[in-house]
Design a protein around this ligand. Sequence first.
Ligand code: PMP
Length: 282
Amino acid sequence: TWVLWNDRLVKDEDIHLSKEDRGYQFGDGIYEVIRIYDGSMFTATEHINRFYNSADQIKLIVPFTKDVFHKMLYDLIEANEVVSGQVYVQITRGASPRQHQFPTNMVEPVLTAYTKEVERPVSQMANGVSAKTVEDIRWLRCDIKSLNLLGNVMAKQEAHEAGCFEALLHRGDSITEGSSSNMYGIKDGVLYTHPVTNLILNGITRSVILDCCKEIGLPVVEEPMSLKTIFANDEFFMSSTTAEIMPIVMIDGKKVAEGLPGDWTKKLQTALEAKILQAVHV
Ligand code: PMP
C-alpha cells in the first residue's frame, strides 16, 4: 500500500518518523477523516477547509495550497485503488528536541496520510445503536480537530466497556456531542442539536444534515439538549463521516421512545444518501 509522507507517495514501509515528532510527544497536530464512496471523496472541500482551519487555530502552517493538497489526496486514493473506504490525514508541528514551546520556523511540519477500505455500517444504520452518557471533561477547544484525543478515547472506552457503540457527552446537564460524532434529538417534529461553539467539533456531516433538514421540512433548533429530559425525545441519532446518520435507540440501557429508528431519522438518512449519490456520480 501507498502512503503520503509530506509531499511524496511512498510505500508504507518507507515512512520514517522521529521519536521526537511533536505529534507523538505532545499530540501537537491536527487531522481529518474523509469518506470515499465509489472512489471519490465526499465533501472533500469542506474537510480540506476544516483541516486548514484547525491548523490555523494552532498556528501551524500547512506547506501546500489547498488545491495541491486535494490533488495529493486523490493521487493517494488512486494509487491504492480504494473504492469504498476512508482517507486519514494528519499533520504535526514536526520533529525537534522536546520542549513545550514551538520550535523555530526551520522545523518542517510532518504530514502523513493513508487510505483503507471500509464498508458502510449498513446494518447499524438500519437497526440503530446504543449510547452511554459520559461527563464531557475535554478541554475548551473542541472545535479544533486536534490529535489530542485522550478525553474522547477515555469516554469511548467507558461506553465500549458498557457494551455501547458511542459515548454521549454532557457538560453537567448540557449535551454536547459524541466521542467521535455529533448528537441530535427530535421532539414534536423539531430537531435539536448543540450550536457550533468551542464545545463541539463542527461536523461536516452535521452541516450536510442541516441542509437535508431544510429539504425535508424539519425545523432545526441549535441549542444544547438537556440530559434530564433526554427520554422526552421521540428520536435520537448521531452523525459522523464514518457512521453517517446512526439512530440511537438505547441510552444507558433504556429505550428511546419505542427503541426503534425514528421516521424523521430515516427520512434524513434517505436525504443524505441522495446527496452522496449525487456527489459521487457526476
Ligand atoms: N465530533 C467529534 C468529537 C468527532 O471526532 C467527529 C468525527 N470527526 C464528529 C463530531 C463528526 O464530524 P464529521 O461529521 O465531520 O465526521
